[in-house]
Design a protein around this ligand. Structure first.
Ligand code: ZN
Ligand code: ZN
Length: 205
């Protein structure tokens, strides 16, 4: 693969299965890295802002090296298949968003027909086999589809998020567990964690 991007099989091994969402995320990461002219970064030089939390995000994490654990993956719960990649070194940023026309014609309609049956365990062995074959075909197709048919890639201006910081730990006065100071709340003059605070807030505790 170009740009030193890992093969799709590696991403499948990381994610646990091959699926269309993963293939689309893989292509989105490739599109973003290509537009920024970077290879898979070693540490925290790239930041990704993702607007959904589905299968494709595992491809983004694996290919772009932007992971939740390193703090250079920012999740915004917008339900959109859009990914912004920021190069911290140069300040450059691109937003890769699925085209509407691409989003609405997702593969063979027969796949959509079989999906509910397969996932509820009501499909026959023959139907299951057909579903797997169509899905594999669709994934292969997604890996070779021209990028411009799938996404719009736009240069954007974004504020560069600061690097992950290490916060002091404090103890929750209710459950006794450790919580980062930055997430702690104060309730009746005592330090508490968010779950304990929310119980109180909703009158459950
Ligand atoms: Zn998946
Ligand atoms: Zn607590």
């Amino acid at each position: 693969m170009k740009n030193g991007i890992p093969p799709f099989e590696d991403v499948v091994a990381f994610h646990g299965h091959s699926c269309p969402g993963l293939a689309i995320g893989y292509r989105a990461a490739d599109a973003g890295l290509s537009a920024l002219h970077v290879e898979r970064p070693k540490d925290e030089e790239l930041v990704a802002i993702v607007e959904n939390d589905a299968c494709g995000i595992d491809a983004i994490q694996y290919v772009a090296g932007t992971t939740l654990g390193k703090g250079n993956l920012i999740f915004r719960d917008y339900g959109k298949r859009a990914y912004t990649f920021i190069n911290r070194k140069t300040g450059e940023a691109v937003r890769v968003a699925e085209r509407y026309e691409f989003s609405v014609q997702k593969g063979d309609p027969r796949m959509a027909e079989l999906r509910p049956k397969v996932f509820s365990g009501r499909a026959t062995a023959v139907e299951e086999e057909e579903f797997r074959r169509l899905t594999a075909e669709y994934v292969r197709n997604l890996l070779t589809l021209p990028e411009e048919e799938m996404f719009t890639v736009t240069r954007v201006e974004v504020e560069i998020p600061e690097k992950a910081r290490i916060f002091r730990s404090v103890r929750c006065a209710v459950c006794g567990e450790t919580v980062a100071e930055s997430r702690a709340r104060v309730q009746d003059g005592k330090i508490v964690c968010i779950p304990c605070f929310e119980h109180y807030d909703r009158g459950w505790g």
